[in-house]
Design a protein around this ligand. Structure first.
Ligand code: FMN
Length: 371
């Protein structure tokens, strides 16, 4: 029975355990889209905290693909060194560095969540169809040339992500962003080969995954974040996500990161602990692709049960890791397996009281009391 602290191998990449840090945008890039000291300071503790995989936040494939001015990007080579610094810091702390590449489509050109719109100056957003998200500005429907540019930008950003040292590269097709806008019939009203049937709506995603796979070495992991449902009548469905899992597996995708919603303000989400686990489980069972599950996973036992029962191959945590970057270490202490997580030797003394740590033989003083 798999355990939360068993390693997970996908292609040539082995995660030391099955806990990942979910991508979390910080909205504070340097003006040229480079990650800053904030990003390094934010991500390094989460890698030191014991996670097997640490995702760098949604990273724009083009300036027009940003959610706003604070997004980091990989649309030009000059951005690679700042990403390389993040990737090497995460790897030095024992976690596998991953990055999420994305394009926001009609959800772009917005200020950070803590500021009121509009973004000044903003830009005209692109989407499959000229259908606005709620009260956002209406996007422009994409031409064939716009679609070709997105696919070329994905390939180029993937190659830059590899050059930066990321070993897991995830494309963002969830939360109502561009690729999700193509998948959902609510946002994709096209009548050409990019809209209508499941085959047409999913075409750009499969082309994107082929382009990304071709731009990375065989031993790197290719992942896709999907919303398994829009939670709206007439929208993208879990059944279609299962089919997409089968199709993506066939073009070399290794991991589905299964989230939900974000496409429509009409969504009714049955929020609760582990509420997206059933969707991920359906995809895992129906398509045979490895699945990362995410969403209100906050307790060690809960996470261990999900993996142990084969409902997902790994869990991702987001807000719980904002509260506590050492969530994986604490989970290992709670589950009585600190010895299996591999505490960094520099940190061992801090965790000795919580479990069977045997690495540092030089300590002779009595252990501190728990408390
Ligand atoms: C501050 C913040 C930023 C986020 N940024 C991203 C992002 O860049 N890409 C993404 O796919 N999801 C993003 N998310 C969603 C999380 O990755 C995660 O899926 C969601 O918060 C549910 O997990 P949780 O219940 O553990 O927080 C963000 C969430 C938060 C709280």
């Amino acid at each position: 029975m798999p355990h939360l602290f068993d390693p997970l191998t996908l292609r040539g990449v082995t995660l030391r355990n099955r806990v990942g840090i979910s991508p979390m945008q910080q909205y504070c890039a340097a003006e040229d889209g480079r990650p800053t000291d904030w990003h390094l300071g934010n991500l390094l503790p989460r890698a030191l905290g014991g996670a097997g995989l640490v995702f760098v936040e949604a990273t724009a494939i083009s300036p027009e693909g940003r959610s706003g001015n604070g997004d980091i990007g990989l649309w030009e080579d000059a951005q690679i060194p700042a990403h390389a610094r993040l990737a090497s810091a995460i790897a030095a702390a024992g976690a596998v560095p991953g990055v999420q590449l994305g394009h926001c489509g009609r959800k772009g050109s917005r200020p950070p969540q803590w500021q009121a719109p509009p973004l000044t100056p903003g830009w005209t957003t692109l989407a499959p169809s000229a259908v606005a998200f709620g009260d956002y500005d209406a996007p422009q429907a994409m031409t064939e040339a716009d679609i070709a540019k997105v696919l070329a930008d994905i390939a180029a950003a993937t190659a830059r992500a590899v050059a930066a040292g990321y070993r897991v590269i995830e494309l963002h097709a969830a939360h109502g962003y561009l690729l999700h806008q193509f998948l959902s019939p609510l946002s994709n009203r096209r009548t050409d080969t990019w809209g209508g049937s499941y085959e047409n709506r999913s075409r750009i995603v499969l082309d994107a995954m082929r382009a990304a796979r071709a731009a990375m070495p065989d031993d790197h992991v290719l992942a896709l974040r999907v919303s398994h449902t829009d939670w709206v009548e007439g929208g993208w469905t879990t059944e279609e996500t299962v089919r997409l899992g089968q199709d993506c597996k066939a073009v070399g995708v290794d991991l589905f990161d299964v989230s939900s919603g974000g496409l429509s303000p009409e969504q009714k989400i049955p929020m609760g602990p582990g509420y997206q686990v059933p969707g991920g489980e359906a995809v895992r069972q129906g398509s045979g692709i490895a699945v990362a599950t995410v969403g209100m996973i906050t307790e060690a036992g809960q996470a261990n049960d999900i993996v142990g029962a084969g409902r997902a191959d790994m869990v991702l945590i987001a807000k719980a890791s904002m509260r506590d970057p050492y969530w994986p270490l604490r989970a290992a202490a709670t589950l009585g397996c600190l010895d299996r997580i591999g505490v960094a030797p520099q940190y061992e003394r801090g965790w000795l009281a919580f479990g069977a740590l045997t690495l540092d033989k030089s300590i002779t003083a009595p252990l501190p009391a728990l408390g």
